[in-house]
Ligand binder design. Structure first.
Ligand code: HEM
Length: 334
């Protein structure tokens, strides 16, 4: 799609957004509809045509996932039954413009569709930050609307943006984390977090709140500031292709379990590091598309339940994602 010039200046790291004070909070019983959410993205980026409004830049890949015995114990979902599960993967960059550079201070992403031998599918989209930029769908929408370009200047109104920040400090937490963290050196050398909490039902019948992350087998490696300044605009895809040509790129899927009192509904708050963890599976990336496009393009990586083994928590942003991703997909595939 032709991206309006103003969109070049707008990076939509999934959620690195600000929120309008009190625009929705308390004033509405109903959360914004899926259409209203997508229209708020369009108010900033222009009509959605062909590209995702968030993480517009990406590269398709493929591989497989195998649960550990601990994963089989902790979730009765088919994905965790220990058989090898095929995956369609998309690595992304948190920009609104598919031609944006790989060196922006935004999140990178790892999106996965699991396809079990028995025909079940499970989708997820993960980011290279442990927290999201909006505590609620209302804040996400209000933040987007506040960043609408002023028709007179083509730029967001700085006073409106400043007012968001002042009144909604939680919406600045992800941006602060990103500002304090060097960029990943490779799509293969950063952890990715699912951010939202889910309920996992184990073989013992217990249901536990957990968040997942994907930890790189190669370890975490980041660019220095100097390296960031000199990297080519599209270095991530080339680097990944070279890496996978040598050997599969692997990640451990790790669950972190909530303790009583941990907030399971607010994705801007990370749980303390001392919460119990379990390695529940290993993802291997074995192929990378040689160029743009591929099997990941028509997928929206909707956050799905895999009942009864993995089901939604009461996090309202999780609930909002499903419908919004579907509406966005339908607009970009028109
Ligand atoms: C209120 C909450 C959220 C809303 C309304 C929202 C909305 C969207 C939309 C509309 C898309 C484009 C979908 C498409 O066209 O295929 C998208 C993509 C994406 N979002 Fe979100 N999002 C939310 C929360 C999150 C969170 C918490 C994360 C962190 C894990 C996240 C990570 C991503 C990623 C990685 C993509 C790109 C997926 C891909 O590779 O196709 N989003 N989001």
């Amino acid at each position: 799609m032709p991206i309006p010039a103003r969109a070049l200046a707008v990076t939509l790291a999934a959620g690195a957004l600000l929120a309008l004070p009190g625009l929705w909070a308390g004033a509405r019983a109903e959360p914004p509809s899926s259409e209203a959410i997508v229209e708020a993205f369009e108010a900033v980026l222009g009509p959605i045509r062909a590209n995702r409004p968030s993480h517009a830049k990406g590269t398709c890949a493929a591989g497989h996932f195998t649960a550990t015995p601990e994963g089989t114990r902790l979730s009765v979902a088919p994905v965790f039954n220990g058989q090898r599960v095929a995956t369609i993967i998309r690595f992304g960059v948190g920009v609104g413009n598919p031609a944006g550079p790989d060196t922006g201070r935004t999140t990178r992403s790892l999106s996965i569709r699991f396809e079990t031998p028995s025909g079940d599918t499970w989708d997820m989209a993960n980011i290279s930050a442990p927290i999201f930029g909006s505590p609620t769908p209302e804040a996400l929408v209000a933040g987007l609307l506040a960043r609408r370009p002023d028709p007179a200047t083509g730029q967001p109104n700085p006073q409106a943006v400043a007012a968001f920040v002042a009144a909604n400090p939680a919406t600045t937490l992800q941006g602060r984390w990103l500002a304090a963290t060097l960029l990943p050196a490779s799509w293969a050398t950063t952890p990715y977090w699912g951010v939202n909490a889910f309920r996992f039902q184990g073989t013992d019948g217990q249901v536990r709140h957990a968040r997942w992350s994907f930890e790189p087998a190669a370890g975490t490696q980041r660019l220095t500031e100097e390296e960031t300044r000199t990297k080519p605009a599209n270095f991530l895809a080339d680097e990944l292709r070279q890496r996978v040509a040598q050997a599969p790129v692997e990640f451990d899927m790790v669950l972190q379990f909530a303790a009583p009192g941990d907030d399971v509904t607010n994705p801007t708050i990370a749980w303390p590091d001392d919460r119990p963890r379990a390695v529940v599976g290993r993802l291997a990336v074995t192929e990378v598309a040689p160029g743009p496009g591929g099997a990941c393009d028509p997928i929206s990586f909707l956050q799905l339940d895999m009942a009864p083994g993995v089901t939604y928590s009461d996090d309202p942003t999780l609930q909002a994602r499903t419908g919004a991703y579907a509406v966005s997909l339908s607009r970009r595939l028109q």
